[in-house]
Design a protein around this ligand. Structure first.
Ligand code: TYD
Ligand code: MG
Length: 454
C-alpha cells in the first residue's frame, strides 16, 4: 500500500509546511494550519489532465503573436473592469462573500447575447435551480450549456468535447480532482484544480472564470491562495442590504487594475449602472448639515459621491470614531488635522462617517470632502449648494492636489456643480472648465470659509 503523504497548509495564504505551525511564517496568520492528505497513486492521472500539451522554449523574436482580439462580453461594466474586454485564454477569479451575486453575474455572462458558446459548470446548484435563475435573468444565448459536476476530470473532458469560448466554474471550492485525496475546498485541492484549469485555458485559448467564496471567518480556504495563479482577480463587493454592487479589478495581467464596474441588483438580475454619480448623490428638499460631495476617481472613471458625517458630544471619556466604508486610521488623522490646524475641539466629540450607497472608498482625493462633511456637522451648518471638493490633506494641514484632478473637475461640471474646491498647488493651472468655478485653497484652515461663503 502506498504510504499516505500528508502536509500542513495555511488556509489563508496556502503556505505548505511539513508540520503543524501556530503562526504562518508567510502571512503571519495565527491558527490557520490544517492537515491535508496529498498522496498520489501513480498511474491514476486521467488522460484528459495528463494530455495538457507541454510548452516549448522559444526565442522571444520568434513567438507568434496571435491576432485574437478581446472578446466583447456584451456587458459594458464587465468589459471595463477587464480592461476593455476579455482576453482569450485568460483565467479569471471572481471572488466575493456568499449571496453577493457571483452566480447571478456569471450566469448573466453565460446568457448574454454575445454570440459566444458558454459552459456554465455548477457544483453548488441543481440544473433546475439554474434554470429558475436563468428564467429570471432572461435567456438570450441559445449556446449556453449548463453542467452540474464537481469532478475536475469530467469537467475538463466536457470542455474538450463542447469546445466553448467561455467556461464558468461555480465555485472552485466545490470541485475536486482525483489526483489528491483531501476533500473539496482544501488548500491542495483548490491549488491543483486551479493550476490544471490555468494550463488548460492557456493551451486551448478558452477563457475560464472561476468563482471563489470569501468568508470573514476564513473557515474555508479562500481565493487568496489563487491570486498569484490566475491572470485577473475581480472582487464583487457591496452591502447585501443595499442594491448596489461594485466589481473591482484587484489584479489584471492584461490591463489597468483599480477599475470599477457598478451594478444594481434587481428582480431580474444585475443591471449595469453607467452613470454612478446619479445614484451616489441624493437630492434633498432642504440643505442638511454634515453632508458634502466629493469628486472621486477609481481607475480612469470619475464619479461624485456623497459623504455623510455626524459629529456629536461624546458621552464617555473616550470618544467614538466610526467610519463605514473608509479606513478608520485615515479618518482619525483627518480629525487630528482639523483639531490642530483648524482649531476644532474634536477630542470631546463622537464622529461617525458614511458614504452614500454603502460604497467603500480608499481615494485620498476625498480627504477634503470628508473634512468638509465633518466641519459642516461640527458647526451644524449646511454647506452652500452646488459645492464639491477634490483634494488630499497632509499632516500639516496643507491641501495637496488629488490625482487626475482635471477629470474630477470635469465630472463635477458635467453634473451641474457650481463650485469645486481644489488644491492651490496644482502642478499646472487646470484648463478652464466651462460652467464651474474652481476655488483653490492651500490649507485646511481655509476650508470653512470656502464652504460657507457665497
Ligand atoms: P447569488 O448570485 O446566488 O450570490 P452568490 O453566488 O455570490 O452566493 O445571489 C443571491 C442574491 O441575489 C439572492 O439574495 C437573491 C438575489 N437576486 C436578486 O435580487 N435578483 C435576481 O434576479 C437574482 C437571480 C438574485
Ligand atoms: Mg453562488
Amino acid at each position: 500500500m502506498a504510504k499516505v503523504k500528508k502536509a500542513y497548509f495555511c488556509k489563508n495564504c496556502g503556505f505548505e509546511a511539513p508540520k503543524w505551525l501556530g503562526k504562518c511564517p508567510a502571512c503571519g496568520e495565527w491558527n490557520s494550519f490544517t492537515e491535508e492528505i496529498i498522496a498520489k497513486e501513480s498511474g491514476s492521472i486521467p488522460a484528459a489532465v495528463a494530455n495538457v500539451p507541454a510548452a516549448k522554449p522559444q526565442r522571444v523574436s520568434e513567438i507568434q503573436q496571435s491576432d485574437r482580439k478581446r472578446i466583447d462580453l456584451g456587458n459594458a461594466e464587465l468589459n471595463r473592469v477587464l480592461g476593455g474586454g476579455l482576453v482569450p485564454g485568460s483565467l479569471i477569479l471572481l471572488g466575493g462573500e456568499p449571496g453577493i451575486g457571483k452566480s447571478t453575474l456569471s450566469l448573466q455572462i453565460a446568457l448574454a447575447p454575445n454570440g459566444l458558446k458558454t459552459l456554465y459548470v455548477s457544483g453548488e446548484e441543481s440544473a433546475e435551480q439554474i434554470k429558475l435563475r436563468a428564467s429570471r435573468i432572461g435567456i438570450a444565448n441559445e449556446d449556453c450549456i449548463v453542467y452540474t459536476e464537481t469532478l475536475l476530470e469530467n469537467i475538463v473532458a466536457q470542455i474538450d468535447e463542447q469546445q466553448p469560448d467561455i467556461v464558468i466554474i461555480d465555485s472552485i471550492q466545490t470541485i475536486y480532482t482525483e489526483l489528491i485525496e483531501s476533500s473539496a475546498g482544501s488548500v491542495s485541492q483548490i491549488r491543483e484544480c486551479a493550476a490544471t484549469l490555468l494550463k488548460y485555458a492557456k493551451s486551448t485559448a478558452t477563457s475560464i472564470f472561476i468563482i471563489g467564496h470569501i468568508t470573514k471567518e476564513g473557515n474555508i480556504a479562500g481565493p487568496k491562495i489563487l491570486e498569484h495563479i490566475v491572470d485577473v482577480v475581480l472582487q464583487f463587493e457591496g452591502d447585501s442590504n443595499n442594491i448596489y454592487r461594485i466589481l473591482r479589478g484587484i489584479k489584471n495581467r492584461f490591463g489597468a487594475t483599480f477599475e470599477i464596474g457598478v451594478f444594481e441588483m434587481l428582480e431580474n438580475g444585475l443591471r449595469e449602472v453607467d452613470n454612478p454619480s446619479a445614484i451616489l448623490l441624493t437630492h434633498y428638499d432642504e440643505p442638511l448639515s454634515g453632508i458634502s460631495v466629493g469628486a472621486s476617481v477609481d481607475g480612469i472613471r470619475p464619479y461624485l459621491i456623497e459623504v455623510q458625517a455626524l459629529v456629536s458630544n461624546a458621552a464617555y471619556g473616550t470618544p467614538q470614531r466610526n467610519a463605514t466604508g473608509y479606513d478608520n486610521r485615515r479618518m482619525n488623522m483627518l480629525l487630528a488635522v482639523l483639531e490642530k490646524r483648524v482649531g476644532m475641539k474634536m477630542f470631546s466629540k463622537d464622529v461617525f462617517l458614511n458614504f452614500a450607497g454603502g460604497f467603500r472608498v480608499s481615494d485620498t482625493g476625498l480627504d477634503l470632502a470628508i473634512a468638509a462633511a465633518v466641519i459642516s456637522s461640527y458647526f451644524d451648518r449646511p454647506i452652500n449648494e452646488g459645492i464639491c471638493c477634490a483634494g488630499e490633506i497632509g499632516l500639516s494641514g496643507e491641501v495637496r492636489p488629488a490625482p487626475k484632478n482635471e477629470q474630477r473637475i470635469a465630472e463635477a461640471a458635467r453634473l451641474g456643480f457650481k463650485k469645486i474646491i481644489v488644491s492651490a498647488y496644482l502642478p499646472k493651472p487646470p484648463k478652464d472648465v466651462k460652467g464651474i468655478e474652481v476655488v483653490r485653497i492651500s490649507s485646511a484652515a481655509q476650508l470653512p470659509k470656502a464652504l460657507f461663503t457665497e
